[in-house]
Design a protein. Sequence first.
Length: 179
Amino acid sequence: MNFSRELNLLRGEMVIVRQFCQTDITAEYLSWLNDPNVTRFSNQRFYSHTRESANAYFTSFIGNDNLFLSILNATTGHAIGTMTAYINGHHNTADLGLLIGDSESWGKGYGQDAWNTVGNWLLNFQSIRKLTAGAAVGNVAMVKIMERFDMKFEAIQVGQELIDGEPHDLVYYAKFNHS
């Protein structure tokens, strides 16, 4: 199934989620990717992002089931973040990722609303039997988002990544489609 064809506009309580477009590669978007506070728990912190690198990432989603999504504040229409869903059709799984780049939107529930909106939308497809996601233990906000979505702890990779020079565990969560 081509999920990008199925997705028009998803409306949450606080956010609108839509396909990321090439025109979304703005100076503001690039500033998120190059901000060490925004990318503290992301492997994006190891790269210097340019319009060209962002465009290459954007084009990597063309012609497959994977989703690259833009999160908009439903009230203002302003872009506040992105989500990804890496779909594995062989195993009927989707692995979710989230970046709230607009630091003014942190801690206000936008990330949770986007996660719930996209997660529930994906679980409505019988072809998705399981959602997965992971985060560094120190990324408390992301761990809470997964747990509030009723994802269950599945695994831990002890000391897997170095963050600020210190080893951090990665934790993995999942939610099965029980339809």
